[in-house]
Design a protein around this ligand. Structure first.
Ligand SMILES: [Zn+2]
Ligand SMILES: [Zn+2]
Length: 148
């Protein structure tokens, strides 16, 4: 038995880097490889890793465009009340390294626990603690604003 194994991972994804993740303010965010990185990722010295196998990404990267900013305050217990009318018009949640839209509920193809997956209201940022259904077909949050 060898106590010290080379740090090279035994199993890498093929193709490499199917998805990249980074962490900021305790939130995991999707990111993309980029030649020069961004002011944010460089200044904060963020680390990125493969969303599938966890290998540290050695290059520069940027936070994926369109990713909502981490709502730091949404984690506070008092900020779990949606101020929208009607309540919880649209939820966002990070699932397996990707952002999805969804709605409150427990009946659907993909139900996740909003509390443990960090779901929040897309409009006001309030943290959502109940069960929610991911709308797998709704990718409107991935489309660039201004384009129809
Ligand atoms: Zn990988
Ligand atoms: Zn809201």
């Amino acid at each position: 038995m060898r106590l010290f194994r080379p740090r090279k991972p035994s199993r890498r994804c093929r193709p490499q880097w199917p998805s990249l993740l980074t962490e900021m303010n305790g939130y995991v965010l999707p990111c993309l490889p980029a030649e020069h990185g961004s002011v944010l990722t460089t200044a904060l010295n963020l680390r990125a890793w493969c969303g599938e196998c966890g290998v540290t990404y050695p290059g520069k990267f940027v936070i994926e465009p369109g990713t909502p900013p981490p709502f730091e305050w949404a984690r506070e217990p008092k900020n779990t009340l949606c101020s929208c009318e009607p309540r919880w018009p649209r939820l966002m949640v990070m699932f397996r390294g990707r952002w999805y839209l969804g709605h409150p509920g427990s009946h659907g193809r993909l139900v996740v626990d909003g509390a443990s997956d960090g779901a929040f209201c897309r409009n006001c940022g309030a943290g959502f603690l109940g069960e929610m259904v991911i709308d797998l077909d709704d990718t409107s949050h991935l489309e660039k604003p201004g384009e129809t």
